[in-house]
Design a protein around this ligand. Structure first.
Ligand code: SAM
Length: 334
């Protein structure tokens, strides 16, 4: 498709309830986008000039998919026609159409649709009401989720002791994270162990920091001391103390990921992140669940990014996932 594909409007898919935070985020970034229309989990914007395809790369933490808007139809088939028509107008085949809908107070992707590959044009049909189907278009790339509403049709593992299992699994799919058996994760705020279980199931060993008790399902993989690691792979070491009391000796060598799910402010978590990165320079990735008092605090994101840049991280992404309420996933990679 020609690079001059344009639309007067673009739309964003978000968590229902995050629309206000999304508008504030757009304002804070001085993008010049103005709110045009909104439904639960669905917000359209316009600007002085038409949007080009590059506008869809704008990193918005509150939006899980941005599309050039092709308009709306009264039926799903009508919206699909709008997408094929737009393709035909530009002499381009649009091989993939994904669907999302507002259902049971969530904006969710409809499971079963194939996933896009990089460079592919993707049509998105969004069902926001019984007779309101919006049609959108974007080109898939590394900064876009393969899942239309960010959720992955995930069903929580029956043996998970907490919903945090979903946070790790959704983030791993959304950001396309690659963990290997050589990775060692340190997770602050690890009890009762949903994230630890998800990591162990992925073959990754974990040092979990939390004064609280862990669930039996993860203690099955526990090692008694940090240097007993060769006993079982993958292993879990419970460092049963507050994060501030953890020392270099507790961590040992070769930790590659810093994670946090502590109920603490972004400032406290980022301060601990900096301290842990100083103790273990082998950390290559950071994945933090930031817990906010109000989601409009997302307007402070540039300060969090700056703190991570000062720690030497270059790729930084902030994203509200489907599983989150007043939370965001903050990812940083070297
Ligand atoms: C939401 S829960 C974590 C859920 C956990 N990640 C899971 O996968 O099941 C938050 C945890 O943070 C822990 N926490 C809060 N402040 C902490 C601190 N300063 N150091 C370590 N853990 C802390 C709490 O004890 C609590 O268990």
């Amino acid at each position: 498709m020609s690079a001059d594909f344009q639309s007067t409007y673009l739309f964003a898919l978000a968590n229902p309830g995050s629309e206000k935070a999304l508008k504030l985020e757009v304002e804070t970034m001085r993008l010049g986008w103005r709110l045009s229309y909104q439904r639960r989990g669905f917000v359209t914007f316009k600007a002085d000039a038409a949007f080009g395809i590059s506008a869809l790369d704008t990193p918005l933490a509150c939006a899980r998919r941005l599309c050039l808007s092709l308009g709306k139809a009264a039926t799903r088939e009508g919206a699909i026609d709008l997408i094929h028509q737009a393709g035909a107008d530009h002499g381009v085949d649009i091989p993939l159409i994904q669907q999302a809908r507002y259902f049971e107070r969530k904006m969710e992707g409809i499971p079963g649709d194939p996933l896009p590959i990089t460079g592919q044009w993707v049509g998105t049909v969004v069902e926001v009401g019984e007779t309101e189907f919006w049609a959108g278009l974007h080109r898939h790339g590394p900064s876009h989720s393969a899942y239309p509403a960010g959720d992955s049709g995930l069903v929580m593992s029956a043996d998970s002791p907490s919903r945090a299992w979903l946070k790790l699994e959704e983030a791993a799919r959304f950001f396309d994270l690659d963990f290997t058996p050589e990775d060692i994760v340190v997770e602050l705020g690890c009890a009762p162990g949903g994230v630890v279980l998800a990591l162990l199931n992925r073959g990754v060993s974990v040092i979990g920091v939390d004064p609280a008790k862990m669930a039996d399902v993860v203690m099955k993989s526990a090692i008694a001391t940090r240097d007993a690691e060769s006993v079982r792979e993958p292993w879990f070491y419970h460092c049963r103390k507050p994060a501030a009391l953890v020392s270099k000796r507790d961590l040992g060598k070769d930790v590659t990921w810093f994670m946090s799910d502590m109920n603490q402010s972004p400032e406290v978590v980022l301060k601990e992140c900096a301290r842990f990165c100083r103790m273990t320079p082998s950390i290559r990735g950071v994945l933090i669940t930031l817990k906010l008092t109000e989601i409009t605090q997302v307007a402070e994101k540039s300060a969090w990014f700056e703190t991570l840049r000062e720690m030497g991280f270059e790729t930084i992404r902030l994203q509200q996932l489907a599983v989150h309420h007043k939370e965001f996933a903050l990812l940083a990679l070297r």
